[in-house]
Design a protein around this ligand. Structure first.
Ligand SMILES: *[C@@H]1O[C@H](CO)[C@@H](O)[C@H](O)[C@H]1NC(C)=O
Ligand SMILES: *[C@@H]1O[C@H](CO)[C@@H](O)[C@H](O)[C@H]1NC(C)=O
Length: 303
C-alpha cells in the first residue's frame, strides 16, 4: 500500500532528456533519503519548495527544467565536465585543462553550491537553489558521459537502441535506465530504489561501498568532486566507448545487458554519496543513517 501511494506521487514527474534522465535522478535522491540523518532531514524540510514535500527525490530533476529557462541558462555547463581525453585509449580528468573558469563545470559547481548551501547569509531562496543543484549534480557526476568531452560527451555518437536512432549520451541518460526499469522493476522507481538500497546495505553491488565515499569532506569539495568525476570517467575507457563495435548493432541487446551493473552501481553511488555529503554539510559530522530504509516511502505525503 505504501508503494501505491508513492507510485501515484512519482507518476507526476515527467521525463526529461538532458542529463541522467529524471528516473535516475529521482532514484539517486530517493536512495539518499534512506541514509539521511534526522537533522539533515529537518534542514531539508525547512528549505525545499513546499511542492516537493521534503523529498529530494522529487526535487532531483529540477536543475534540468531550470537550465532550459532563460534565467537558468547559465547553469547548463554545470551538469558535466568536458574531459579532453581520448577514450577508449586514454581516460583522465585534468581540472585545469577540463574546467574552464569562464563558464565552470560540474566540479566547480559542486564546490560553489556546497559552500552556498551552508551560507545562511545568502538567505533561504539561495540555499534552497544550492540544495536542488547539489542533489542533481551529485547524480550527474556519476554518469560516465557527464565526465567525457569526447564527441561532446557522446552526444555526437549515433547509435541504435531498441530500433530507435539515438545518441550514445542519450541512451546512458534515458534509454538504458528506462529499459532496465521496464524489464526488471515493473517500471517502478520505488521498486528500483528499494532494490538498490537493499544491495547498498548488503554491499553486493559491483564495487564495495566503502570505495564510493572515501572523499566526503565538504571542505574539500573540489578534490572530492574531481575524484568522483575521475571515477566515472574510467568507465568511458573500460566500457562505455570500448564496447561500441559498429553502428549496425542494436545496443538494447548485449551492450545493454553489460551496462546494467555499471548503471546500477553509479546510481547507488550517487545516492549514498549525496546522503553522506548533505549529512556532513548540515551536521558537520560524517555519518549515514542505516535505520530508515523505508524513509523514501514514508516521506511522501498522503494524496
Ligand atoms: C556560484 O553560484 C552563484 C549562484 O548561482 C553564481 O552566481 C556564481 O556565478 C557561481 N560561482 C561560480 C564560481 O560558479
Ligand atoms: C564487441 O566485440 C566484443 C569482442 O568480440 C564483444 O565481446 C562485445 O560484446 C561486442 N560489443 C557489442 C556492443 O556488440
Amino acid at each position: 500500500m505504501k508503494f501505491t501511494l508513492s507510485l501515484a506521487f512519482l507518476a507526476l514527474s515527467t521525463p526529461l532528456c538532458h542529463a541522467w534522465g529524471s528516473e535516475a535522478h529521482t532514484t539517486v535522491g530517493l536512495i539518499a533519503q534512506s541514509f539521511l540523518l534526522p537533522r539533515t532531514q529537518t534542514f531539508i524540510l525547512s528549505l525545499l519548495d513546499s511542492r516537493y514535500d521534503g523529498s529530494i527525490g522529487a526535487a532531483a530533476p529540477w536543475a534540468d527544467e531550470y537550465r532550459n529557462t532563460a534565467e537558468g541558462r547559465y547553469s547548463g555547463a554545470y551538469h558535466y565536465i568536458d574531459t579532453l581525453d581520448d577514450p577508449p585509449n586514454t581516460c583522465g580528468v585534468d581540472l585545469d585543462r577540463d574546467c574552464p573558469s569562464s563558464h565552470g563545470c560540474i566540479v566547480s559547481a559542486i564546490a560553489n553550491y556546497t559552500q552556498r548551501l551552508g551560507d545562511e547569509s545568502l538567505g533561504k531562496d539561495e540555499q534552497n537553489k544550492a540544495l536542488k543543484f547539489l542533489v542533481h549534480f551529485l547524480g550527474d557526476i556519476t554518469q560516465p558521459l557527464h565526465a567525457s568531452g569526447h564527441a561532446r560527451g557522446g552526444n555526437e555518437v549515433k547509435v541504435t537502441f531498441a530500433g530507435k536512432h539515438r545518441s550514445l549520451h542519450g541512451i546512458w541518460d534515458d534509454d538504458i535506465p528506462q529499459y532496465l526499469l521496464r524489464s526488471k522493476y515493473s517500471d517502478s522507481i520505488t521498486f528500483w530504489t528499494q532494490s538498490l538500497v537493499d544491495r547498498i546495505k548488503a554491499n553486493t553491488l559491483l564495487t564495495p561501498k566503502e570505495e564510493w565515499t572515501t572523499c566526503v569532506d565538504p571542505d574539500q569539495a573540489v578534490r572530492c568532486a574531481t575524484e568522483w568525476a575521475t571515477d566515472s570517467n574510467k568507465y568511458d575507457c573500460s566500457y562505455v566507448y570500448s564496447a561500441l563495435n559498429d553502428t549496425s548493432t542494436d545496443l538494447s541487446g548485449e551492450y545493454f545487458r553489460n551496462s546494467v551493473d555499471i548503471v546500477e552501481l553509479q546510481v547507488a553511488k550517487g545516492g549514498l554519496r549525496l546522503a553522506a555529503w548533505l549529512n556532513s554539510v548540515v551536521t558537520g559530522e560524517h555519518g549515514l543513517s542505516e535505520d530508515h530504509g523505508d524513509r523514501f516511502v514514508l516521506q511522501h505525503p498522503e494524496l
